[in-house]
Ligand binder design. Structure first.
Ligand code: ADP
Ligand code: MG
Length: 393
């Protein structure tokens, strides 16, 4: 793959439009976690130092094509100013004439933050004339929104048809690390997957039959696999219509001599609260009216043993309903094992990152924490990411 990077691109005096993923969590009008803002700083600083002027474009939350006051990018403006110790201009639009005026008046080294691109329905529709309007005041386009690469939207894909387009350093880094793992990983490679639904994960699991040495499956995801083995699941979260898919995967791991470990004991409860009474039982002992909400102690030990012999670990998806104290043990212990490991450790997924922060781990405790959940999974799965394709020569 030939990614068009910023190397050897003359930015001096250019007006640059940069798509970023500053979809940060916000509470009471404040940014809760600035990881995504920090992640774009290398590209941002490079562009400014090279004598360009810069307009930043991001989505924020799910405004569904309408203007939503609480999802305006103003909250990011302040946070960004604090981080770069430089003033950031803000304009309440993306394609209007008043935006054009602001862009054209920018001087070298100045930054302008545009409004939430998802206020416009044309963004998700990848509307051609809208993309053209986005591009009109600029000389070139830089995409550093790794987390949005799997979406063919106007600001990720459409705009590349109207401007010379390049990948920023964040995308370059993500692709370098992830492609490195696909091509020549340190072995054994262990893929540990949890979370809620099988749909978004099965593609990666299937592709990794040829790539991984070992699979560890937890979370509600494991339930569908347990169901395919004929186990009683009661009220547990699982996908009945995917039992065949799960079964097929298990057979494929066997015939390819790949080890796949499923929970052998589980944490169950009748209710989902922080005070719930939970029981650690064998997978065959789920009682009526109860749900599987975490992996059990024996399983944690087995998973840890497998992680300790791995040289590469890719983790996506919590091992249980970690949002509630009685069901957080599996996720917490597994995060600790991954963070403590000497292996190359790759983490991705919104909830997975939320969980590691909850237990006070830092991005630097892992080799790589991907800034894109869906995009990382689709890339690892081997799917073509439309906005990435647009950055290749
Ligand atoms: P990520 O965002 O890291 O990719 P997912 O979105 O796939 O992860 O799944 C995370 C969600 O799955 C969390 O809300 C978690 O509570 C839930 N989950 C994990 N295990 C279970 C379970 N056994 N029962 C119900 N929900 C679960
Ligand atoms: Mg999630």
């Amino acid at each position: 793959m030939n990614l068009k990077t910023l190397k050897n691109v003359n930015l001096n005096g250019k007006r640059v439009l940069m798509r970023v993923d500053l979809n940060v969590p916000i509470k009471d009008g404040k940014v809760q976690d600035d990881t995504r803002i920090r992640a774009i700083l290398p590209t941002l600083n490079h562009i400014l130092k090279s004598g360009a002027s810069l307009a930043l474009l991001t989505h924020l939350g799910r405004p569904k094509g309408r203007k939503v006051e609480s999802l305006k990018t103003d909250v990011i403006q302040k946070q960004l100013e604090d981080l770069i110790e430089k003033s950031v201009k803000k304009v309440d639009g993306c394609v209007e004439d008043f935006v054009k005026k602001e862009v054209l008046s920018l001087k070298k080294g100045e930054i302008l933050l545009l409004e939430n691109i998802r206020f416009y329905p044309e963004e998700k529709e990848n509307d051609k004339s809208f993309s053209e309007k986005l591009a009109i005041s600029f000389d070139l386009f830089v995409n550093d929104a790794f987390g949005a690469l799997h979406r063919a939207h106007a600001s990720t894909e459409g705009v590349t048809h109207h401007l010379p387009s390049f990948a920023g350093f964040l995308i370059e880094k993500e692709i370098k690390i992830l492609s490195g793992i696909l091509i020549s990983p340190q072995r054994p490679l262990c893929l540990i997957v949890g979370g809620a639904k099988i749909d978004t994960k099965i593609g990666v699991l299937e592709r990794f039959i040829d790539i991984a040495d070992e699979f560890l499956i937890g979370g509600a995801l494991a339930n569908t696999f347990l169901a395919s083995m004929g186990l009683y699941l009661g009220d547990s979260l699982f996908q009945k219509e995917k039992i065949d898919v799960a079964n097929k995967f298990l057979k494929a791991t066997k015939s390819n001599n790949k080890r796949c470990i499923l929970p052998e004991d589980i944490v169950i409860s009748a209710e989902i609260t922080n005070e719930a009474k939970a029981f650690n039982v064998d997978v065959s002992e789920l009682k009526e009216g109860m749900k599987i909400l975490d992996i059990g102690k024996l399983t944690i030990e087995k998973f840890k043993k497998s992680l300790s012999r791995s040289k590469t670990i890719i983790w996506n998806g919590p091992m249980g309903l970690y949002e509630y104290a009685p069901f957080e043990g599996g996720t917490r212990e597994i995060i600790k094992a991954i963070a403590d490991s000497d292996a190359e450790t790759i983490v991705g997924g919104g909830d997975s990152i939320d969980a590691l922060k909850k237990y006070d781990y830092k991005v630097s405790d892992f080799t790589h924490v991907s800034t894109g959940g869906g995009a990382m999974l689709e890339y690892l799965e081997g799917k073509e990411l439309p906005a990435l394709k647009a950055l290749q020569s």
